[in-house]
Design a protein around this ligand. Structure first.
Ligand code: CMP
Length: 223
């Protein structure tokens, strides 16, 4: 395993409590894998035989309605794990996973994943925390899809993005790299045209500005 992958492993929340020896024993179990942007890593309903840790890039967790509409349930990035549900439940994949950028992954087989959880209660506990955080986020998403109009959903989407991935510029503004309008639409359950219209409206009325792929948001809105 190369040094980048080993370093990536040390940054995985799940493995953060492990000492160097334990970390290198985990490193023996993982297999590096490269996926190009827009490639599907697996489909909903596929047989689950591995879990994956993201060492570089981002993936979209996607479900598709019978008439072909996509909903992005979550975007996962560096240091995060996916594919654990199929292993823990011994069930088919609950959603498709698609590379949102070009992605470097570390895969771990079902047998090795189970052995890791059996041998390291600390990893098992961390995994419970991760799953609990995802449930909390999923609840918040359900709340916004059920109770908010598109403007409310879009405002919450940008605020979450700014809190999670924004860079504070020190002059009262936070900058984020804006996903495409189509990706945003798929995340908040609306059309691309509506996203473009509401973003325009936000620019006129609130503390938000767009320049190319970047969006600037006033820091005081994040409080
Ligand atoms: P699995 O069901 O094996 O395959 C799809 C994966 O997407 C799933 O495991 C989780 O890792 C991930 N996933 C599914 N739903 C969510 C969600 N709501 N938030 C974050 N990740 C999810």
């Amino acid at each position: 395993m190369d040094s980048h992958s080993l370093k990536a492993l040390a940054h995985v929340d799940l493995f953060s409590g492990l000492d160097d020896d334990e970390l290198s024993s985990v490193a023996q179990l993982v297999h590096p894998m490269h996926v190009e942007r827009d490639e599907q890593i697996f489909a909903a309903g596929d047989h689950a035989d591995a879990a994956y840790v993201i060492s570089r890039g981002k993936v979209n967790i996607v479900i598709t309605s019978p008439d072909g509409k996509e909903l992005i349930l979550a975007v996962l990035g560096e240091g995060q794990i996916f594919g654990e549900m199929g292993l823990l439940e011994a069930a088919p994949r609950s959603a498709a996973v698609v590379a949102a950028t070009s992605v470097e992954l570390l895969s771990i087989s079902r047998a090795d994943f189970e052995r890791l959880l059996d041998r390291h209660p600390r990893i098992a506990r961390k995994l419970l925390t991760v799953i609990s955080q995802r449930l909390r986020r999923a609840n918040a998403k359900m709340e916004s899809l059920a109770y908010m109009d598109v403007a409310g959903r879009l405002a919450r989407y940008f605020l979450d993005l700014a809190r999670d991935h924004g860079q504070r510029l020190g002059n009262g503004w936070v900058v984020i790299r804006r996903p495409t309008h189509s990706e945003i639409a798929h995340s908040i359950g609306t059309s691309r045209e509506t996203v473009s219209r509401v973003i325009n409206d936000f620019e006129q009325r609130f503390g938000m500005a767009n320049q190319g792929r970047f969006t600037y948001i006033r820091e005081d809105l994040l409080k």
